[in-house]
Design a protein around this ligand. Sequence first.
Ligand code: INI
Length: 164
Amino acid sequence: MAGDHQGDGVPAPVLDGADLKIAVVCARWNSQITIRLLDGVRRGLNEAGVAEDSIELDWVPGAFELPLAAKTWALSGRVDAVVALGCVIRGETTHYESVAGECASGIQQAQLDTGVPIAFGALTVENLEQALARSQDAGGHNVGEDGAKVAVEMANLVRRVRSH
Ligand code: INI
């Protein structure tokens, strides 16, 4: 099968970001975690060959604001994909469901409305320990790094399909 690089029928993602422009929107709430996610994004984009000056970064107050910021970048026509970073910790808020749910569904809505990929790099976790485990340094699991790869893969998919 075309694109089967792993021998198991599942094609490897196209992670070439050399001529992609990516916006990152990052929540200040729980910034001790979101800066770690941001490090992960930078690693992931760097590995994919995205140039440093092709990365735009905007901070927003909290995860609830991520969908609007991401949609604004998506509509700008200036980027191929967006990565949205945040951290909502259940133990620290009484309105966890609202903030986490609105963030996730708003981001999905924004990418469907605009046709621009928006990677969901917001942690929705029970406690700080889980947040730290999902935002590790190089070599460990980092949801920001995952989001960077998702953004590059989906930007390439959208570009390929539209160009044929
Ligand atoms: N925003 C977060 O990003 N994480 C949280 O854990 C959180 N808590 O705990 O409430 C949070 N709240 C703020 C929210 O995202 C908005 O910024 C605020 O409601 C103003 O619109």
